[in-house]
Write a protein that binds this ligand. Structure first.
Ligand SMILES: Nc1nc2c(c(=O)[nH]1)N[C@H]1C(S)=C(S)[C@@H](COP(=O)(O)OP(=O)(O)OC[C@H]3O[C@@H](n4cnc5c(=O)[nH]c(N)nc54)[C@H](O)[C@@H]3O)O[C@H]1N2
Ligand SMILES: Nc1nc2c(c(=O)[nH]1)N[C@H]1C(S)=C(S)[C@@H](COP(=O)(O)OP(=O)(O)OC[C@H]3O[C@@H](n4cnc5c(=O)[nH]c(N)nc54)[C@H](O)[C@@H]3O)O[C@H]1N2
Ligand SMILES: [Mo]
Length: 769
């Protein structure tokens, strides 16, 4: 294989969402990838980025679905994913696509193009698929976009009403060193899952979470993990098993004890918050007849009554940090856990004190708790979108199924557009969306679906036009992530696979066919220089001197390191809420929000409230044999990315993604470790393999996301273990319309091996010569 031009030595670097790696070429020409020596705790996820297993699932040539190619847009949409593709030359694919854009724009206007294209794509500031596709679509007159994320759908909408925007809070999480010094008690809802801290969007530098937690443990911090699973803590901790989706009930009872035992910090509630007086009657049961006592909560959440009372007292008597994992808000009524946790922290009165207060997602990503200096890195300007129509990201199936129907979002009413063309670059909706059988129906609506992808994912297989894209190893880029250590010269170390091309070049070629200037006269290196120059300027404003581009590119890795100053979240606000108000209408923490109350939403009133989710272990009329399914983030990959790698495959059992269940639940169903099982509900069915584990509480099952969707069309069952075959596709609430994947009941039964066909997730689609 040809070495790229500017490889300065035998070693270079690459950045990925799972870390920065050193790349060398061994004697036989193979690439050897190791965690960068600068990283004390590199993630094994990236070690196989150049593995042959991944090459085997690459897309070699532009491909068009047979009916679409022969009979035009909209032809036999129900055959998507089931009929052969025809491989075509780039010119044919791009001519047809440019023609289709022209047709759609003339007949229906740009409002008929959905280009939200949600997804993580790859690290790298320039070859960032979303920026590229958005820039292109803006230049041709705009597209229907999305707001928010699957990560934080409910959380991102509620937070600005209560305290501050998520990004602002994210960037000021109290740092590990401060917590080691000051935090006596760390109470976490949803653990501190180190598996998740392998990741940071844009590329983690030094992986610090394990060291951060160990540092706290050594300094004497005590940990309480409130979670349906116990194996999500890197240090010794007390495990309080909690029924999924019931944390708000527990938090309310903790608050009840603080209030009734006069342990709440009334001074802080008066000086820094508004609305405690409107919340208190609800807490005490004066408004609904249900005092939120430990006994009330225990019946809902399963945590023992006495432990709730003692925990509240311990929290009030210690420097206490409360942590809430993002998973809690990825559920129906997902706004409530964040709002209630902040309310609880406000009642403890330690917000803004070193080591006290709250965190939203320690462990969710490596950067949470890092004390790096943060500045805005340069990127590809996306331009202005003349189309104002948008959807909350997780409402895609609703949009496609119900054009013209209205929905509410953050207090306003909008309506769904009528989409004819969908363009996806850098995301995998048949990974990320819930109730994929429903999405499959919705997917039949558009006339044309275009997917740029390096790999034959389910989404690529379900497209009309598939354009093969390079991976990070096959192009030059700059890696950098907010809150992380390194700026990385990501040098091209391999030639593009097959006929794959960079997203940038694909859009440049398409734009040329439509007489539009996409590249701004710059090639890859020109863009890297421009992006770097902007970064250098922004860094200078934060007193960081970056070297010039040539020096950076030759060095390969710049270390931004950590800042000298310890970070304490909301310290200035605590110091003076008048001089440093939070950006809510009152400038204070809003335990009661007039704004939210004013929206008059039955499912999100003016103060934090316990609601029964539509599916949970306490649901009246629940079939007692059902289990609550948690679909958490996978240990061995990022979402669906690298699922075909040897590292990810090693976590499967007989080629399928395993489901974890508790021994009592296994025995009750006659299931033994390693048995094939069928997981089902009214929405769908999937096949998995049982792992019987004491690290999960009775009544709960856990199936991590990311196994490539593999539908057995004849038997109508998913074969690989993808939880989104059964999850729920309804909004968190009419406030946020967020994703609610964690609200889900399923039945599980032992499956006879004769009932399960082989997994074909990593096979190529059928081609017609
Ligand atoms: N049940 C359940 N579902 C969930 C979640 C859950 O907790 N439970 N979590 C949700 C969350 S938080 C998230 S963020 C989403 C994640 O959902 P996604 O971000 O959609 O998942 P990825 O697998 O990262 O998809 C990225 C895709 O981009 C492709 N890609 C990589 N590099 C490039 C490139 O340079 N160009 C192009 N064109 N493509 C590229 C990859 O091959 C991959 O197919 O999933 C959500 N889904
Ligand atoms: N390895 C790896 N790391 C990742 C990702 C990945 O795909 N792979 N994805 C990244 C992304 S995009 C995101 S958004 C973050 C997401 O970060 P999170 O949303 O926090 O991650 P999860 O793994 O879904 O859940 C965290 C923990 O919460 C627990 N939990 C689930 N439901 C409940 C509940 O109702 N109550 C309580 N108390 N606990 C509950 C789960 O068992 C799990 O241990 O992770 C990031 N990190
Ligand atoms: Mo996410």
């Amino acid at each position: 294989m040809k070495l790229p031009d500017r490889l300065p030595s035998s070693k270079t670097h690459t950045a990925s969402h799972w870390g920065v790696y050193d790349i060398a070429r061994s004697g036989n020409g193979d690439l050897s990838i190791t965690g960068t020596v600068e990283d004390p705790d590199p993630s094994p996820i990236g070690l196989h980025m150049a593995a042959n297993d991944l090459r085997q699932v690459r897309i070699a040539k532009p491909s068009i679905r047979k009916s679409w190619l022969e009979n035009g847009p909209g032809s036999n949409p129900h055959l998507r994913g089931r009929e052969p593709f025809v491989e075509v030359e780039w010119d044919v694919a791009l001519d047809r696509l440019a023609g289709e854009f022209q047709r759609i724009r003339e007949e229906f206007g740009n409002e008929a193009i959905f280009g939200g294209s949600y997804g993580w794509a790859s690290a790298g500031r320039f070859h960032h698929a979303q920026s590229q596709v958005h820039r292109f679509l803006n230049l041709i007159g705009g597209y229907v976009s999305h707001v928010d994320s699957y990560s934080l759908g409910a959380g991102k909408v509620i937070l600005p009403h209560v305290i501050d925007g998520f990004s602002s809070l994210f960037n000021q999480h109290t740092s590990w060193d401060v917590m080691a010094k000051e935090t006596e008690l760390f109470v976490t809802f949803g653990g501190v899952p180190v598996k998740n801290a392998q990741i940071s969007q844009g590329g983690p530098g030094r992986h610090r979470v394990v060291a951060g937690m160990r540092g706290m443990a050594q300094a004497g911090t005590r940990f309480v993990n409130i979670s349906p699973v116990s194996d999500n803590m890197p240090v010794t901790s007390e495990w309080l098993a909690i029924r999924p989706n019931t944390d708000v009930a527990l938090m309310l009872a903790l608050a009840y004890v603080l209030e009734t035992e006069r342990l709440a910090d009334l001074n802080f509630l008066n000086s820094h918050c508004v609305g405690y007086d409107r919340f208190r009657p609800y807490l005490l049961g004066e408004t609904d007849g249900d005092p939120k006592t430990p006994a009330w909560a225990s019946a809902i959440c399963g945590v023992p009554v006495e432990r709730i009372a003692t925990l509240a007292r311990e929290m009030a008597g210690s420097r206490t940090m409360l942590n809430v994992s993002w998973s809690l808000q990825r559920a129906v009524h997902g706004e409530q856990p964040f709002w209630m946790a902040i309310t609880l922290a406000a009642m403890l009165g330690q917000i803004g004190l070193p080591g006290g207060g709250f965190g939203l997602g320690y462990g969710a990503m490596n950067s949470v708790g890092n004390d790096n200096v943060r500045f805005k890195f340069g990127d590809v300007p996306q331009g202005r979108n003349p189309v104002k129509t948008f959807i909350p990201v997780a409402r895609i199936a609703d949009m496609l199924l119900n054009p013209g129907e209205s929905f509410t979002y953050n207090g306003k009413v909008y309506s769904y557009p009528d989409i004819r063309l969908v363009y996806w670059a850098g995301g995998n909706p048949f990974h990320h969306h819930q109730d994929l059988n429903r999405l499959l129906k919705a997917w039949e609506k558009p006339e044309t679906i275009v997917v740029n992808e390096p790999y034959w994912t389910a989404t690529a297989k379900l497209a009309d036009i598939v354009l093969p894209v390079t991976t990070s190893l096959e192009r030059n880029d700059i890696g950098a992530a907010s809150g992380e250590d390194f700026v990385v010269a990501m040098k091209k170390v391999e030639d593009p696979f097959g006929q794959s091309r960079n997203d940038f070049d694909i859009f440049d070629d398409l734009a040329r066919r439509m007489d539009i200037d996409f590249s701004d006269g710059l090639d890859e290196k020109g863009w890297l220089r421009r992006i770097y120059a902007v970064s250098k300027e922004n860094a200078a404003a934060s007193n960081i001197a970056l070297p010039d581009f040539e020096a950076f590119w030759d060095t390969g890795l710049l270390d931004l390191g950590s800042s000298a100053a310890p970070v304490v979240m909301l310290e200035a606000f605590r110091g003076s809420p008048v001089e440093h108000p939070v950006p809510t209408p009152s400038g204070r923490i809003e335990i009661f929000s007039e704004t939210i109350e004013g929206f008059s939403l039955a499912d999100c009133p003016g103060h934090p409230t316990w609601f029964e989710p539509p599916e949970w272990l306490g649901a009246s009329g629940r079939d007692a044999t059902t289990l609550h399914l948690i679909s958490d983030q996978p240990v061995r990959r990022l979402h669906s990315q690298l699922d075909a790698s040897p590292h990810s495959k090693a976590g499967k059992i007989a080629g399928r993604e395993p489901i974890h269940i508790q021994p009592l639940d296994a025995v009750a169903r006659g299931i033994a470790e390693g048995d094939l099982v069928e997981v089902s509900n009214g929405r769908g069915r999937l096949i998995s393999v049982a792992v019987v584990s004491n690290a999960i509480m009775p009544g709960v099952a856990r199936l991590s996301t990311g196994a490539w969707l593999d539908i057995d069309w004849d038997r109508n069952i998913e074969r690989h273990g993808n939880p989104n075959a059964v999850t729920l596709d309804i909004p968190a609430s009419s406030l946020s319309q967020g994703c609610s994947a964690q609200t889900c009941l399923v039945a599980i039964r032992r499956l006879d091996p004769t009932e399960a066909r082989a997994v074909l997730a990593f096979e190529h689609p059928e081609f017609q010569a």
